[in-house]
Design a protein around this ligand. Structure first.
Ligand SMILES: Cc1cc2nc3c(=O)[nH]c(=O)nc-3n(C[C@H](O)[C@H](O)[C@H](O)COP(=O)(O)O)c2cc1C
Length: 335
């Protein structure tokens, strides 16, 4: 198992092993997006788990960028004292932690968010393919789009003030940046639609704004939705070739870590390590940027194989680690 327990340094931050805890929404915030005692309790076992890296659940960069009512927010300075408590759980245990920052765009899960006739916005006025709620979003104007990188950059600065080691920009699972990447939700005919070069423009603008706002020191990661369909199924919408192109461009925007998952297909698959075939090809395209492969990893042997075959640099273990916080220690004892 020694490969799993090899340290990795990212922008001067030492990860003690190759096991990352991926972001998992706890639905535990107040309605105003503040962490509660339940949020802190939810993360306590993870801080003791010995995982090399924690990526804390998605926080919306704006109240109108939430997918659920009880989603954490990094939209204003008033959240800082509460966020310091959450980030402090990890720093006090010496566990490097990033926080994921997100804008839901048209992917609304709680109808309560639509009170008062508010309508979400997306790249184009197209019903979100993953949402159960019938909403026709409003298409974002060029002026609306120009404000989005600023929202991510401001949220990222708050994350650093709270005490995280960096941020992860959410561009997967069909949220706003994923909506731009996907031809299923992006039918724009301007410079943000059409070719993958255009569909990825907002993602790169967000990454550049975040890197510029944070300076050289912190880690900037992206969770990239690699395709709209799972490996082995008929490609439709955003393809793995699109993801390879995006990955190949990342080193030029100062990205430190590429966390790989699905886009409109979400994160559920069959068997173990269902995204491995995609992760392999996207890692090749990403060059020196380290990658995380997540999705159904439950056994040390599976995790080790992914590293041995150089399909990723870190393995993301979500539900298996959540249901057994002693997992990393158990894996370490294996011969
Ligand atoms: C309850 C739950 C909440 C999740 N919340 C997030 C989230 O906030 N951000 C994100 O990028 N992925 C989220 N995910 C996806 C996980 O990060 C992960 O990719 C997925 O669970 C697959 O990995 P696993 O099979 O190891 O659990 C969530 C998954 C679950 C089950």
């Amino acid at each position: 198992m020694s490969l799993l327990f090899e340290p990795l340094e990212i922008r001067g931050v030492r990860l003690n092993n190759r096991i990352a805890a991926p972001p998992m929404a706890s639905l535990s915030s107040t309605k105003t997006g503040l962490p509660t005692a339940d949020t802190l309790e939810n993360y306590m076992p993870l801080t003791e788990s010995g995982a090399g890296l924690a990526i804390v659940e998605h926080h919306a960069v704006h109240a109108e960028g939430r997918t659920r009512l009880r989603q954490l927010l990094l939209d204003r300075d008033e959240v800082l004292p509460y966020q310091e408590d959450l980030a402090g759980l990890f720093s006090s245990k010496g566990m490097p932690a990033l926080v994921q920052i997100n804008h839901a765009g048209s992917y609304i899960v709680d109808e309560d968010l639509l009170e008062n006739g508010w309508l979400p916005k997306g790249p184009s006025p197209i019903r979100h393919p993953r949402s159960n709620i019938f909403i026709m979003p409003v298409g974002l104007s060029l002026q609306d789009i120009s404000g989005i990188p600023v929202l991510f950059a401001e949220a990222a600065k708050r994350a650093m003030k709270a005490g995280y080691r960096g941020v992860e920009v959410h561009a997967a699972h069909g949220y706003l940046l994923g909506q731009f990447l996907s031809p299923m939700t992006n039918r724009r005919s301007d410079s943000y639609g059409g070719s993958i070069h255009n569909r990825a423009r907002l993602l790169f603008e967000v990454c550049e704004a975040v890197r510029y706002a944070l300076g050289d020191e912190p880690i900037v990661a992206v969770r990239l939705g690699m395709a709209d369909t799972l490996p082995g199924s008929e490609p439709s919408g955003q393809t793995i070739d699109d993801a390879r192109w995006v990955a190949s461009e990342f080193s030029s925007v100062g990205l430190d870590l590429l966390d790989l998952s699905g886009n409109m297909c979400g994160y559920e698959g069959q068997g173990e390590a269902w995204f491995a075939p995609y992760c392999r090809t996207v890692k090749d395209a990403a060059g020196k940027v380290p990658t995380i492969c997540t999705g159904g990893i439950k056994n040390a042997e599976t995790a080790l194989d992914l590293l041995k075959r150089r399909e990723c640099d870190l393995v993301g273990v979500g539900r298996a680690l959540k249901s057994n916080p002693g997992l990393v220690k158990e894996w370490k004892k294996k011969p």
